[in-house]
Design a protein around this ligand. Sequence first.
Ligand code: ZN
Length: 242
Amino acid sequence: MTQFNTPATEGGALVLFSGGQDSTTCLAWALKRFANVETVGFRYGQRHAVEMDCRTPIRTALTSVSLGADHIVDLTTAIGGLGQTAMTADIAIEMGESGLPNTFVPGRNLLFLTCAAAIAYRRGLKRIVTGVCETDYSGYPDCRDDTIKAMQLALNLGMERRFVLETPLMWLDKAATWAMAADLGGAALVDVIRERTHTCYLGDRTHRHPWGYGCGTCPACQLRAQGWVRWTTASGFTEIAR
Ligand code: ZN
């Protein structure tokens, strides 16, 4: 029972780690900074298990003395029961009347952060790291800086802790996210992200592009691909240079 009362420490961080490009970059970022890093992943009835399957190989590739336990939380019933979206059901991806794509799962990130904070509380971890971004994104309101700041306040009041919600990608576009990976881990980390992470909404791992695997046409693939082109053009990163 003592583990439930462990005070948060400066040295620890919990990374929301989905197996995608952004959360992998955040994991590498956290491993550079914090003495003890744990990860959490969520099952929520995703249409494709591909991203979750990527998590363990990525953790193995990023092996570090700082890398601690991995936690899996199953929210399939909770989120699946709230209604269908293109992220959780086999329906076409399209823009809704609100201007948001129907891949938006209302409340998802809020629920993820609440669960993450509960784990961080139990594990004595002060920092919660999430790859949300409002610079080059799909418009999800729960990815915005104001939402994260409000969640930090609510979690700290509701759990009587001083968690810090870290969002290293918040103000970066996708080109800058690739650049951050190169800064953190050089070509080796860029390769891990290209080869092992998964972003495509359609779960496609049969089509290989310079930026990794994916259908190449869904909104997530387009953001990733456009960022890759901008970054490689600006940085001069090429296969030959490596
Ligand atoms: Zn795709």
